[in-house]
Design a protein around this ligand. Structure first.
Ligand SMILES: *Cc1c(COP(=O)(O)O)cnc(C)c1O
Length: 316
């Protein structure tokens, strides 16, 4: 049967009827190939639309330093020439826009100086939105090294009870941490809010359980605004991650037997490094913003992605 032998299997149906099959990141190809060894599966790694996901302050910056980037985002590799103080100024503007929206939506005033961590995606169990709260004593100890705050967003599917419970858990931790580590959960996550978030935070956090993240795209959006990621090595991040250059990893890329506790421990080991760099090495942080744009925004965009689909899939 085209759609499986016992019941309708949409994946089998698609695999049997498609003229070409590809994963949306290299790891996604490997995992899918292991699940369906009888089909030839290639990969085209996802990208995001550069002009859409670049905030106004960074558009202006790129217009000045990387002419032609709107038509040809691969040119963003030239971001290496943007001076640190201009990156910081553009980021500061994007951060203030986000904090104003946070104030409007929640009534809370977040600090412009605190390391601001963003976490926004569909609220579902494998994404582990609460991983950073696994050990509050540990998190509080890290907070004493420097101010820290978190901005969350993301809706659960109406029938995803686990996802809804995850949001309630994050809200409970937010109340418990109160003013010590401000945590806000923004309602109605949508594209407009996502644009403010991926540009306005200092660090993009992603903690899915491996190997569940096929690609992930929000870290690519953050990269277009010079925002480094702290993420589990899964999906696109395996390809985009250079430790201390485009962000930081949690865990290892190789298939392993890590538990949630292992990943949380690694997250807590990395956070002080991030905080230290952000608080005390602004030049180093600016160099990372530059590398994130030059290495990741220049590649993880739809311009490159569509070219790959054309040459490796449609025109083959
Ligand atoms: C980008 C985006 C997503 C997907 O983010 P992932 O990192 O791929 O999970 C979901 N919702 C909105 C509103 C987005 O902008």
């Amino acid at each position: 049967m085209l759609s499986g032998s016992d019941r309708l299997n949409m994946t089998r149906l698609a695999l049997n009827l498609a003229g070409h099959v590809n994963g949306v990141a290299r790891r996604h190809r490997e995992v899918s190939q292991g699940m369906f060894p009888e089909y030839a599966i290639s990969s085209v790694t996802n990208g995001v639309h550069s002009v859409t996901w670049t905030s106004e302050p960074f558009r202006i910056l790129y217009d000045r330093h990387v002419p032609g980037w709107r038509e040809e985002p691969t040119l963003l590799r030239q971001a290496m020439r943007i001076p640190a103080e201009e990156l910081w100024r553009a980021h500061g503007e994007a951060k203030r826009s986000l904090l104003m929206e946070v104030k409007r939506l929640t009534g809370r005033t977040l600090s412009e100086d605190a390391l601001t961590i963003g976490f926004a995606r569909r609220a579902t169990a494998y994404k582990r939105a609460d991983l950073i709260f696994s050990d509050l004593a540990r998190l509080r100890a890290i907070r004493r090294m420097g101010p820290l705050q978190l901005v969350y967003a993301g809706k659960a599917h109406p029938r995803d009870e686990g996802g809804k419970e995850l949001i309630r858990r994050v809200m409970r931790f937010a109340r418990e941490l109160d003013e010590e580590i401000p945590v806000v959960y923004l309602p109605d996550y949508g594209v407009e809010l996502a644009k403010l978030l991926v540009a306005g935070v200092d660090l993009w956090l992603n903690t899915p359980r491996r190997p569940m993240e096929a690609s992930g795209t929000s870290g690519m959006k953050a990269a277009h605004n010079g925002v480094p990621s702290l993420s589990i090595l899964d999906g696109w991040w395996i390809e985009g991650h250079v430790e201390g250059v485009t962000g930081w990893s949690i865990g290892r890329a190789e298939a392993g037997t890590e538990t949630d506790a292992d990943d949380a421990a690694d997250l807590y080991a990395k956070l002080p490094i991030v905080l230290e760099t952000f608080q005390h090495a602004p030049e180093r942080w600016a160099a990372m913003m530059r590398s994130v744009i030059a290495l990741n925004a220049s590649f993880f965009n739809t311009y490159r992605m569509v070219l790959e689909y054309a040459t490796n899939a449609y025109l083959l």
